[in-house]
Design a protein around this ligand. Structure first.
Ligand code: SAM
Length: 420
């Protein structure tokens, strides 16, 4: 019997909640690639994807509607809460699902998983929400953002606040960075204003074709602002020693390697991260993307002295630092309800400690790029000002990309140089 796509959504949500730190994107991918989803057709896969992301994105708003109509508020049973969110999301946000079907499918699921009485309860709550769809007046619940986040943004953004909240809630565009040898594959895609990055908007490409291109090595999903951060680093003269900290799964590494190859640049390239699992992925990706290039991968906590011979200094350093990710809410909506204000403080300290270690390794005349996919002052200008007050470095430029102004993820990058 083919699997019920809505049941799969509830299962994926439960898996995400059980695994602190897991990204929604990878939980969904594992689920859709797994045996349970083998018989799902493209339409049902699209339904699973839009319900899963929609519930993550709109969770606080959905809970407002559920809380208004369920006598005891949002149920503490996570599975039941997610069944209600699933029905509410379809009622309020999915035009293509008729209201009757949205209610009926959730009631059936509740009955199967929790029994007839719970089915009746779900029926009552969803019918009440269907009758009263009035959106909340408060900005935070209307746009599904926690109060503290809206308050912080309001202090800094004034009139443009609502544009940011709206942009954070929109499904993100697909941006693909194309392999230098695959330009003959981009027919139908649209160029963005960032070199080598295309969107699939209006191309008629479906998710299978996009994934096929990824598997064939024609392109990598990477937001144009993320590419812009790497392109801040000048890879412009022979025998450059390059250090990349926080390289993660190596997406930015492959961009730097392309530039090295294009300009015929050699010299030591060390890429490092604290996660051994991510380094394995990075190594595989780089070998597939540009097999001619050599990268040395080093597992290390970059807040401590780096396990690299102390006499080695680097001409170029890229740090793609861990951060609160408030610039990538469109792609990782779980950030909305996972982050707390304390994370900003914790992460800005971590960023500072990583930067301090990196600066020790920057050669005279060398250049360092610091990038984060967030836009809080503490993790951007706060860290930058501290560097300038404690080290003899020059700030060459700062760049900021925002979803509301640039149609990209929110990124901040700063370029420092050390006097020669
Ligand atoms: C923003 S992500 C990097 C993404 C990556 N550059 C890419 O483009 O795919 C931040 C990375 O910092 C790493 N990280 C977190 N704490 C670290 C630490 N103390 N030392 C080194 N790396 C750390 C995480 O494992 C994560 O991969």
């Amino acid at each position: 019997m083919p699997v019920n796509p809505r049941r799969l959504v509830v299962r994926a949500l439960a898996r995400l909640e059980r695994t602190p730190g897991a990204a929604g994107q990878s939980v969904l991918r594992t689920m859709l690639d797994g045996p349970d989803a083998r018989d799902l057709d493209l339409r049902d896969r699209a339904l699973v994807t839009s319900c899963f992301y929609g519930i993550l994105r709109w969770r606080l708003r959905l809970d407002y509607h559920i809380g208004t109509h369920a006598r005891k508020g949002v149920p503490s049973d996570p599975e039941l809460a997610n069944i209600l969110r699933l029905g509410t999301f379809q009622l309020l946000f999915l035009d293509r699902v008729p209201a009757r079907a949205a209610v009926h499918t959730s009631v059936r699921l509740a009955r199967q998983l929790r029994g007839p009485a719970v089915g009746k309860f779900v029926n009552g709550v969803l019918r009440a929400i269907d009758r009263d769809r009035t959106p909340p007046s408060e900005l935070s619940t209307r746009y599904g953002h926690p109060d503290w986040m809206v308050q912080r943004l309001a202090e800094r953004m004034g009139d443009s606040l609502e544009a940011r909240l709206e942009a954070n809630m929109a499904p993100p565009p697909v941006h693909l960075r194309v392999h230098p040898d695959s330009y003959d594959q981009v027919a139908g895609m649209t160029k963005t204003d960032q070199p080598d990055v295309f969107t699939v908007r209006d191309s008629g490409m479906d998710s299978q074709a996009i994934r096929g291109g990824i598997q064939a090595g024609h392109w990598l999903p990477q937001d144009k602002a993320s590419v812009a951060m790497v392109d801040l680093l000048d890879i412009d003269r022979p025998a450059l020693r390059v250090l990349e900290l926080c390289c993660g799964r190596g997406v930015k590494t492959t961009r730097l390697l392309e530039k090295r190859q294009m300009h015929n640049i050699n010299g030591l390239y060390i890429a490092s991260d604290i996660s051994i699992a991510k380094l394995h992925e990075a190594k595989r990706l780089c070998q597939r993307w540009l097999p001619q290039q050599t990268v040395h991968f080093v597992a290390a906590d970059s807040t401590k002295r780096l396990p690299i011979a102390p006499e080695i200094q680097f001409d170029r350093i890229l740090i793609d630092a861990p951060c609160t990710g408030l610039g990538v809410i469109r792609r990782r909506p779980e950030i909305l309800w996972r982050r707390t204000p304390d994370d900003i403080d914790t992460l800005s300290k971590l960023q500072w400690n990583i930067l301090r270690q990196a600066i020790q390794r920057l050669a005279p005349g060398g250049q360092l790029v610091y990038s984060v996919c967030t836009l809080t002052d503490e993790e951007t200008t706060g860290v930058i000002n501290r560097v300038l007050s404690e080290y003899d470095l020059t700030l060459e430029q700062q760049q900021q990309y925002t979803p509301e102004n640039d149609g990209s993820d929110g990124f901040f990058g700063a370029v420092f140089t050390r006097p020669a």
